[in-house]
Structures are given as structure tokens and as C-alpha cells.
Write a protein that binds this ligand. Structure first.
Ligand code: DX5
Ligand code: ZN
Length: 217
């Protein structure tokens, strides 16, 4: 069954505890976007906020690191309560490293290791890592901001990744993030996505529980 991961980037920060409790009984994961102003042109939040959220979250925390040099921080995010940690292939490129280093590090910290790419990175670049990472995050907007418009070509990218997984006989989770709502959730899961991140469509909805349920149809 598909896992729904509301992104707290779209939550009301003045009432974060209330927002987390609102989705606790309905969602499968809680998505936590960390931005550093370097890999992406925006800043968000870090350890103290994650630790606070971990106190009230009843579902696993899915930390999406949109930062350069994620290897410096993976261990601390694991200690702060993350169960899933994804980092960008672009960050490995910038550092002149192989993303496998980050994958191994995350796994050694006892979390699920996810490899993410922005929409302008060829999806084929993920293929060599299929046997290595636990999950793959295909961005369906350019990382950095919530509330952007879904890029339809993402559906083909997910299908291509899924087809390659099936071809080699190693099927892993595929997460999609950006502009996801009940209007495209079926097309995404049909293409092979197994984890749907949704910020605005959940937290800006009048009834977040209903918005989550609608994405499972
Ligand atoms: C964007 C973040 C997303 C964001 C999604 O860089 O990675 O997780 O919160 O927000 P929506 O669902 O509003 O596009
Ligand atoms: Zn995200």
C-alpha cells in the first residue's frame, strides 16, 4: 500500500504540535524538509525542530536533506529521530563524491537511505544505485519551496525507474515530492510511486485527514 508522507513545511509553525497530531492517525510518515540556502535557494529548519516534532509524532520521520555535504549531518539527524533520510545526488556531485558513500553512512546509522534527484537530473543516473539505496526520491518540482506546480514529466521518470527496477529484479520504494495531491496521486502510484509526499494539499486543506484518504483512492 502507498505510504502518504505529509510535509510539515506547509504546516502552521505556530501550532506545530497540533498539526502533527492532526495527521498522526492518518498518514504513514511525516516528511521533514531541511534546506541550507546552498544546495537550494531557501532555508528551513533543523535539529531542534526535528527533536520537538519527534516527541509528538506517532509515525516515522522522513527527513529530506536539501543540503550540501549531507555526510556531515546524517548521524545527527538519525540521533534526532529520523527513520528515513534522503539526500541529493547533486550534493554528491558538488562534493566530488560517489553517493554510495552517503548511502552507506545512512545505513550504518540505522535509517533507510534515500537518494533524491531534481527534475533536471536524468533519471538514469539513479539506476546504478538501485541495489544500494533503500528508496529513491524523484522530485516533481525543483527542490527548495513548497506550493509549486507539479511537473507532469515526473510520471514518465517514475515509470522509467520502476521499469529498470523490474528489469533487474530489485524493486525498491519510489518517493515523489512536489505538487502532489489527489489530482495526480493515482497516475503517480500507477507509474510505480510507493511514497507520496504532500505539503500544501494536506496542511492547507480544510480537512487534512480527508485529503490524505483521497490520495489513497
Ligand atoms: C520542496 C520540498 C517538498 C515540499 C512539498 O523542496 O521538498 O517536500 O514540502 O510541498 P508541496 O506538496 O506543497 O509541493
Ligand atoms: Zn521534501
Amino acid at each position: 500500500m502507498v505510504k502518504i508522507a505529509p510535509s510539515i513545511l506547509a504546516a502552521d509553525f505556530l501550532h506545530l504540535e497540533k498539526e502533527v497530531r492532526l495527521v498522526n492517525d492518518h498518514a504513514d510518515l511525516l516528511h521533514f524538509d531541511v534546506m541550507d540556502g546552498c544546495l537550494v535557494p531557501n532555508l528551513s529548519f533543523g535539529f531542534p525542530v526535528l527533536e520537538a516534532v519527534a516527541k509528538v509524532a506517532a509515525i516515522p520521520l522522513d527527513v529530506h536533506l536539501m543540503i550540501v555535504n549531507p555526510d556531515k549531518y546524517i548521524e545527527r539527524f538519525a540521533a534526532a529521530g529520523a527513520s528515513y533520510i534522503s539526500f541529493h545526488l547533486e550534493a554528491a556531485d558538488e562534493a566530488g563524491k560517489d553517493a554510495e558513500e552517503y548511502i552507506d553512512l545512512a545505513k550504518s546509522c540505522g535509517v533507510k537511505a534515500g537518494l533524491a534527484i531534481d527534475p533536471d537530473v536524468p533519471v538514469e543516473r539513479l539506476f546504478p544505485y538501485i541495489p544500494k539505496a533503500d528508496f529513491f526520491l524523484v522530485m516533481s518540482v525543483f527542490a527548495g519551496f513548497g506550493g509549486q506546480k507539479f511537473i507532469p514529466e515526473s510520471i514518465n521518470r517514475i515509470a522509467a525507474l520502476r521499469a529498470e527496477m523490474e528489469r533487474i529484479g530489485t524493486v525498491k520504494d519510489i518517493e515523489v515530492d512536489g505538487g502532489v495531491s489527489a489530482s495526480n496521486s493515482k497516475a503517480l502510484t500507477d507509474a510505480g510511486a510507493t511514497m507520496l509526499v504532500a505539503g500544501s494539499s494536506v496542511f492547507k486543506a480544510e480537512d487534512p485527514a480527508a485529503a490524505i484518504a483521497a490520495m489513497r483512492l
